[in-house]
Design a protein around this ligand. Sequence first.
Ligand SMILES: C[S@@+](CC[C@H](N)C(=O)[O-])C[C@H]1O[C@@H](n2cnc3c(N)ncnc32)[C@H](O)[C@@H]1O
Length: 199
Amino acid sequence: MKPENLDRFYRFHSLIYDFTRPLFLPNRLKAVKALNIQPKDSIIDFGCGTGYNLQKIIKINSNVNIKGIDFSKYMLKKAEKKVPLGQFFTGDIKNIKLEMKADKIISSYVLSMIDDWQKAILNMKKHLKKNGVLVIIDFHPFQGKLKPLYPLFNFWLKAHGVYARDEITGFVKKHFKSVEEKKYYSGYCFLLKAKYPLN
Ligand SMILES: C[S@@+](CC[C@H](N)C(=O)[O-])C[C@H]1O[C@@H](n2cnc3c(N)ncnc32)[C@H](O)[C@@H]1O
């Protein structure tokens, strides 16, 4: 979805987001846990939405420095209320520049909304320390038993400007030394953990 359309879309959806999305966006807590949060970690959530991940992070350890970036001011308003400890930035995750590098970066169910998702990943990499960890969770084309249902699901995703991509892991592997990928629910979603960004 084009950034300029996001704000219009989330003006209404931010109101119902926290009630409706747990059904469609599973395993975000798994993604948060994959960060292996340590005291004093600096953590950025790229496309933080209403702050779900950041709220879970500070429940695990409140002695962290957390930042969230999102294009939608409506989503950020919710996040700011939910996570007063956080620092929030309005902007496009493809090109926003924060004057810092983080220990951990997370991005959940965001890249599927971005045409130039490669640019967003490269910007995450730019913001990550040399020994940092990047965790991505997002939709994936169905495999196995659920595969026959995929065209219908894909139609619904596309109607909302969302594209399940199976190229993300390959791209991340070119830019990080260590990449682990897991798929869940017949490939409904995948979770990537990448370490050691390459130059
Ligand atoms: C499906 S929501 C996911 C939000 C949150 N990560 C979560 O798991 O609940 C996608 C979010 O990404 C944001 N987003 C999409 N494209 C973006 C972009 N190019 N730059 C910044 N935020 C973007 C949207 O505004 C929205 O809040």
